[in-house]
Design a protein around this ligand. Structure first.
Ligand SMILES: Nc1ncnc2c1ncn2[C@@H]1O[C@H](COP(=O)(O)OP(=O)(O)O)[C@@H](O)[C@H]1O
Ligand SMILES: [Mg+2]
Length: 258
């Protein structure tokens, strides 16, 4: 079943058409790869599906609902999470705290604003909830084999672990759908190997994954389906084997030394 789709999505910045009339589909429960040369519009497409940017025209639908132009926090609460091309951690917070922030972002306690008694009750409730959120964060750290780092400052983690911590934080929002923008960028082969295992485990949880990635070994290894962008347009889509053998894709992207 298609859980997310764009319909003729276009995003122009002045004269630059970063994304041009793209129909993109994401099947629930699978791993979808989004590939293409630098500047092809991959991050822009992500931004327009996750509320960081608004399409010039076209539509975004999630579970059949039109979410075009929704702000990022609203999209997050619908069950869509993401990471960024450049690391965005709270480097002076601990590893566990970074994951807990993901959880807070999702629950966002607006109801504490009420009258005094309610506020007090909410405060007591929050204390309890805080423990639950901490426990949940530790579970995610276990999932990433990162438990022993829980009290370290994020800035002291090895690079590959910092990248994975961002994924853990995104998962703490309990998403149905997870967008990863170049998760393996800058990783060494061991770190990439670990990441591959993690992404497969995420799929096993039933969470749908969409990833932008230049590491073709990773992409061809774990993606169920791949979409190729070139100059803002959709060039091809298919299985890894179909994409590997597509002459247009080889010409535009795979055949190049980047
Ligand atoms: N905020 C912006 N303002 C102007 N141009 C932008 C902006 N964001 C992206 N672009 C342009 O859109 C094109 C696609 O960029 P991007 O989506 O980052 O590509 P990719 O992620 O595939 O490398 C590029 O030409 C880029 O310079
Ligand atoms: Mg990009």
């Amino acid at each position: 079943m298609t859980i997310l789709e764009t319909e003729r999505l276009t995003r122009a910045y002045g004269g630059v058409i970063a994304v041009n009339n793209v129909d993109f589909q994401v099947e629930g429960g699978l791993i979808t790869g989004l590939i293409g040369p630098n500047g092809a519009g991959k991050t822009t497409l992500f931004n327009n599906m996750t509320g960081l940017d608004t399409p010039s025209s076209g539509k975004v639908r999630f579970m059949g609902k039109d979410i075009t132009g929704y702000p990022a926090h609203k999209i997050c609460r619908l069950g869509i999470a993401r990471t960024f091309q450049n690391i965005r951690l709270f480097k002076d917070l601990t590893v566990a705290e970074n994951v807990m922030i993901g959880r807070h972002f999702k629950t966002g306690k607006d109801e504490t604003k009420g009258r005094f008694l309610n506020a007090l009750k909410s405060y007591i409730h929050l204390k309890e909830e805080e423990n639950a959120i901490y426990d949940k964060a530790l579970q995610w750290l276990d999932f990433f084999d990162m438990h022993s780092y829980r009290s370290e400052l994020a800035r002291n983690l090895p690079y590959g672990k910092q990248r994975e911590l961002e994924i853990a934080r995104a998962l703490a929002t309990d998403p149905q759908l997870l967008f990863l923008d170049e998760p393996a960028a800058g990783m060494n082969p061991q770190e990439t190997e670990h990441l591959i295992r993690i992404i497969r485990k995420i799929r096993e949880l039933g969470i749908t994954v969409v990833l932008i990635e230049h590491d073709m070994r990773l992409v061809m290894n774990i993606c169920d389906s791949i979409t190729v962008l070139n100059y803002g347009e959709k060039l091809a889509e298919g299985t890894p084997t179909e994409i590997k053998n597509n002459p247009l894709v080889i010409e535009a992207y795979l055949g190049r030394d980047e």
